[in-house]
Design a protein around this ligand. Structure first.
Ligand code: V47
Length: 363
């Protein structure tokens, strides 16, 4: 308690936490106290509503040149299990999602050199034409940077064309961990953290909102975590374009990091709750929505995380491949009624939202 007294005082007087505060929180084992602080800040900022979205994930390809060492999802061209969906197949999945009441499609793939820019554009334009009311949260900052490089267009041009085709916003994937040394060890061939942030800055300047993520529980240090969250906070201060922050729990199975013996296990429940709480505290005043992603932390821990600073539990998801390739054991689909039950049972108010955090219905 003593070691956190300065932080408690800052929270009481609404003073911003700095890097040292973040480090103190990360080093502390007083999780119950950190949870109470995060819950207090959450209550003051966003009240008792817990947001969720009726959505469907569509992974259009897993062929990738990036070969990140934490990823079990990617395949090389021609390798067993490699796939690329045709645009018609994507439309079929969208049809199913639409029939199940989805308001959002979360469309993410990998860096597949065989796919031209026109494929990405046409995916959005055909989906938008057929389902004009559906939000299209598509392509991470990493895919956007790849498209710019491969097509010879600028990031701005790529984003403008995709926006015109129907893009609603960007998911937060690809953030991983920004620290240069650590990033080189876990994803040496991916764009740097600063490049990821510049793509987001450009998107925000064009009125395209996005999420932000951080992959934790591999080889990163506490300092990498605090640094990552504060770099996001700094850009948010400039653009205001991040809608939610989502810590992603590393799953080690079938990954290069595990095969090389660098990481044997994923993060513990203690880590999961701590990271959610620290995210809420460090981003206080900057990003209001802190999302616990039930697919990665499990539905039981996601429910508890609602008392550790989270106010968003993501969505129905319907089909998920990235976590499940790496040993994820959660179901691939969470019916809306089940999400509502989880939220209510935690003493909170379920609110169905759109991609852009407009309220659809309070339950
Ligand atoms: O970018 C890859 C991560 C991300 C593993 O914006 C892994 O609303 C854990 O970004 N263990 C994709 N994580 C998922 C993502 C996301 C998910 C839900 C909502 C939103 C949003 C975004 O998954 C990748 C990478 O950071 N990832 N491999 C793994 N083995």
């Amino acid at each position: 308690m003593e070691e956190l007294s300065g932080i408690i005082e800052k929270i009481q007087t609404s003073e911003e936490l700095d890097f040292e505060d973040g480090m103190l929180l990360m080093e502390s084992k007083n999780l119950p106290l950190i949870g109470v602080l995060a819950d207090y800040v959450r209550q003051k900022t966003v009240g008792d509503g817990v947001m969720f979205v009726t959505n469907c994930h569509i992974n259009y390809t897993n062929v990738c040149t990036s070969k990140c060492r934490f990823c079990a999802y990617f395949r090389e061209e021609g390798q067993n299990g490699a796939f690329t969906l045709t645009i018609d197949e994507i439309l079929e999945k969208a049809e199913r999602a639409s029939n199940m009441g989805a308001t959002e499609l979360h469309i993410v793939g990998s860096l597949n050199p065989a796919l031209p820019f026109e494929y990405y554009e046409e995916v959005l334009s055909r989906l938008h034409q057929k389902y004009p009311a559906m939000s299209l949260k598509a392509y991470t900052a990493v895919e956007i940077a790849h498209l710019a490089k491969a097509s010879g267009m600028s990031v701005r041009e790529v984003l403008l064309r995709l926006k015109k085709a129907g893009l609603t916003g960007l998911p937060g994937g690809g953030g991983e961990i920004f620290n240069e040394e650590t990033r080189k060890k876990v994803c040496p061939d991916k764009i740097t953290g600063e490049q990821w942030l510049r793509v987001m800055e450009t998107a925000h300047s064009l009125g395209i909102k996005s999420n932000a993520t951080m992959l934790y529980g591999h080889i990163e240090t506490h300092s990498d975590i605090v640094d990552h969250i504060l770099r996001i906070r700094k850009l948010q201060e400039k653009t205001g374009g991040f809608q939610a922050f989502i810590p992603l729990k590393f799953h080690p199975d079938n990954t290069e990091l595990q095969k090389n013996g660098l990481v044997q296990y994923g993060p513990t429940g203690f880590d999961d709750l701590k990271i959610i709480a620290v995210s809420r505290l460090l981003l206080n005043g900057y990003i209001n929505n802190i999302k616990t992603y039930w697919v990665m932390v499990g539905e039981k821990l996601a429910q508890v995380a609602l008392h550790y600073g989270a106010n968003d539990i993501d969505g129905t998801v319907m089909e998920e491949r990235i976590t499940h390739a790496a040993g994820g054991a959660t179901p691939e689909y969470m019916p809306k009624e089940r999400l509502i039950r989880l939220i209510r049972n935690a003493g909170r108010v379920p609110i169905e939202r759109t991609t852009n955090y407009e309220i659809i219905k309070e339950y």
